[in-house]
Structure formats: structure tokens, C-alpha cells
Design a protein around this ligand. Structure first.
Ligand SMILES: Nc1ncnc2c1ncn2[C@@H]1O[C@H](COP(=O)(O)OP(=O)(O)OP(=O)(O)O)[C@@H](O)[C@H]1O
Length: 259
């Protein structure tokens, strides 16, 4: 579980994160949504320790990351898996070498143990027989799978995914979402996903935080969001007429079910 208490961050005197509190539970996909510039990335960088907040607390299982000694902070960082936008694989390394990289850096495993672990996680993300390929030789969806495998190879407690669906077709996006949800539940990880993808919101949004102008404006799950009366959120999430129609249909269905 990760808990934020009144986190604030300014740049050059300009407030960017204006007192955000939230709880992100283990085994759940916690989505951060919001328009460009609303502060999603800055907030996430504060959580993973890449930015130091000016005020507030960031608690990983009740441990305030801001008060940890260097050694403890390093240990905590190793429990955080990251899936970067665009996958961020090393182009000159094979799939296997990319996934093994965190093990080379942070584990004392023998080469055979490392190979076994790499094969296990690659199998978990349904990517077999690609060990010796270079990133340029695989599709965007496969690259995301390699990125996920690399993010979970150290068996982290926390998983951060920055726009995991960017650049993917809708069908592949759904498969990646499904995979993120499955591994979150299977390993009881606290997963945080920054996304603009409305399918993801509906499919994997166990807990959704809507950021607006550096503040948490709304939070709830993918059922509650359908019924939200927040005008800004509705404009943001159900932007097209098509999505408005879907929202109304779902609301009507829920009304019928409740009868
Ligand atoms: N290192 C920095 N120094 C100064 N200002 C910054 C810095 N990083 C981000 N900002 C500013 O903080 C604001 C929020 O940016 P942020 O990247 O968090 O938005 P976002 O919601 O993630 O947007 P997007 O969806 O486009 O990625 C922006 O106005 C941005 O210019």
C-alpha cells in the first residue's frame, strides 16, 4: 500500500502539486488520469523518489520514503518496477539481456538462476522464443511485454506504468491492460498506471484518481465514474458524443439492475 498525505511540489515558486492525498492499495490497479499538464507525471515522480516534494508524506507500507536513510531508500527503490512510456528498452541488447539487466545490477544470482528467472517472467508475459531477438525485431505490443517482464523480474511490491498503451492498437492495448491487471492480482502488487486511455479506465480502473490543475479532483472506481456528476471529469472522460452515449446506456443498465 502507498499512502500520500498532503503532498505539495512547486517549481520556481509555481505550485504544480497542490496538496494531494490518496491511498493506493495492494492488488489493485490505481489509475491516475487527467489532462496534459495536470501534474500526473510530477506527482508520480514524487512518489518514486525522483522529485522531492516540498511538503507532505509519502508512505510505502507506513514507511515515509522522505525520511529513509540512503541505504533503506535504495532497498525500497529495488521494490519498485517501472514500465516507461515507449518501453525504453536498450536497442543494442537482446530481449533476454534487457530483462536480465535489473538482475545483473541488483541480484547475486548465478547466471543459470538469472536465465531461469528471465525465462519464467518472459513466459508469464506470454513471450517465448524471442530471447535472442533485438527490440527492433519485435512489435510494439511485444516490446511492452518485454518492458513488463523487465519491470517485474526483481519481484517488486510496486509497479508504475507510464501510459502503457501509448502507440498500441486497441486490441493489443486490451491485452496489455489484462496482463497488468492479472499480474497485479497474482503478485498482490500495488500498481499505479498513468493513462489517457478510456478503455483502460473502464477495464482495469479498480481505483481512479482524476487530477485537475495539480489537485485530486475526483476519485472512485470504474463503476462509480459512470455515475459521476463532476462536470470537468465528465467532459474529460466522456469527451465524444459516442462516449456520452455509452455512459448514458451504462447508467440506464445500472438503473434497471438496481430495480
Ligand atoms: N522539472 C520541471 N521543472 C519545471 N516545471 C515542470 C517540471 N516538470 C514538470 N513541470 C511542469 O509541471 C506541470 C505538470 O506537468 P506534468 O508533466 O506532471 O503533467 P502531466 O499531467 O503528466 O501531463 P502529460 O499528460 O502531458 O504527460 C507542467 O506545467 C509542467 O510544465
Amino acid at each position: 500500500m502507498i499512502e500520500l498525505k498532503d503532498v505539495k511540489k512547486s517549481f520556481d515558486g509555481k505550485p504544480i502539486i497542490k496538496g494531494v492525498s490518496m491511498v493506493m492499495e495492494a492488488g489493485k490497479c490505481n489509475l491516475i488520469i487527467g489532462a496534459s499538464g495536470s501534474g500526473k507525471t510530477v506527482l508520480t515522480k514524487c512518489i518514486v523518489g525522483l522529485f522531492k516534494p516540498d511538503e507532505g508524506e509519502i508512505l510505502f507500507e507506513n514507511q515515509n520514503i522522505l525520511q529513509l536513510e540512503k541505504k533503506e531508500r535504495k532497498e525500497l527503490r529495488q521494490q519498485i518496477g517501472m514500465l516507461f512510456q515507449g518501453s525504453a528498452l536498450f536497442d543494442s541488447m537482446t530481449v533476454e539481456q534487457n530483462v536480465m539487466f535489473p538482475l545483473d545490477m541488483f541480484s547475486n544470482m548465478s547466471i543459470n538462476e538469472k536465465k531461469k528467472r528471465v525465462n519464467d517472467v518472459l513466459a508469464r508475459v506470454n513471450l517465448k522464443d524471442s530471447n535472442k531477438k533485438l527490440p527492433a525485431e519485435i512489435s510494439g505490443g511485444m516490446k511492452k511485454r518485454v518492458g513488463i517482464a523487465r519491470a517485474i523480474v526483481l519481484n517488486p511490491k510496486y509497479l508504475f506504468c507510464d501510459e502503457p498503451n501509448s502507440g498500441l492498437d486497441p486490441q493489443t492495448s486490451l491485452l496489455i491492460d489484462k496482463l497488468i491487471k492479472e499480474i497485479t492480482e497474482e503478485y498482490q502488487m500495488t500498481t499505479v498506471v498513468i493513462t489517457h486511455d478510456m478503455n483502460s479506465v473502464m477495464e482495469i480502473g479498480d481505483h481512479i484518481v482524476y487530477m485537475y490543475n495539480g489537485q485530486k479532483r475526483w476519485e472512485g472506481n470504474n463503476q462509480e465514474i459512470i455515475h459521476s456528476k463532476d462536470e470537468m471529469l465528465n467532459k474529460f472522460i466522456f469527451a465524444s458524443q459516442f462516449l456520452q452515449d455509452v455512459k448514458e446506456m451504462r447508467m440506464e443498465e445500472d438503473k434497471q439492475k438496481a430495480k
